[in-house]
Design a binder for this molecule. Sequence first.
Ligand SMILES: [Zn+2]
Length: 317
Amino acid sequence: MDIRFLFGFFAFWMGAIVGSFLNVVVWRVPRGMSLLRPPSTCPKCGHRIRPWENVPILSWLFLGGKCSGCHQPISWKYPIGEAAVGMLYWAIYLRVVQDDMLALSTILGWWWFAGAMLSLARIDYEKGVIPNLVTYSGVIAALLLAVIFPNGRPAIAKPGDLNLGSVLSRPVVIRLQEIGSPEVGLRLAAVADVLLGVALAGILLGSAYWLGCKMLNAWRKRHQDSAVPAEPLGWGDIKLLAMTGAFLGADACVYLLAGGALVGFVVGVVLLARRKKANGVWSSMPFAPFLAVPALLWVVYGNWFYLIFRWLAPSQI
Ligand SMILES: [Zn+2]
């Protein structure tokens, strides 16, 4: 059997396991519950789910989509969701191995990011919050990966590459790499690439926050409309973009913010057209799902701003 097929299958299976774990994260984290205890139970009858009933996709098929305790149906969304995360992990694996310049360890950061992003998109959509547990642990994971596998960052593998989004960090990365021994310099450069992403996210969304507050305040005063919210976005949104910058670098913050705004704008217009009245649209626009769409496309395809430009004007590049 082809070894690449085996690795591809492993990537899919890792994704399915993470997808199964994300169901636990999405349910427990916003409720302040521990991820480890108590063990999972059937929400209908309290039947404790045994290890062999917890195998992604297969258990659902084997059990015929029913709980073995109370025989109530288990939603088909679980195996489909697990398979979808499996496909995403498989696509990320393919993207990394198809690029000769990227180290295999690049997969680790992108897998972590994809899992964290998917869980935040679902939690934000369902509950309207972005838990610190996910964003903070994401930034810490990105820093640790930069120290352990500095070559796993595209900015180190290909400084200045537009398609990988490592243009902004290039001057810093190139200089830091020359400090000390190559081993030390490489790690310094990788950590700087993480911190640059976090810092740019803070500057971009921080200034958007400040400007948005001023505009909303002016609007509320002029129209005497108390339904207008005081803040354009929450601190959770800023932490979400900081985590994105930590994993994907500073360039990604700029592009993905524009992409997220575009997706948000299109969805907002559709909602307005469907509801006719603007009521409700003001308040409930979760940011994470809108950012997740361009961010996951970025991870799977590369810098699609650059790709679209190259497609439109191949002679310019
Ligand atoms: Zn049950």
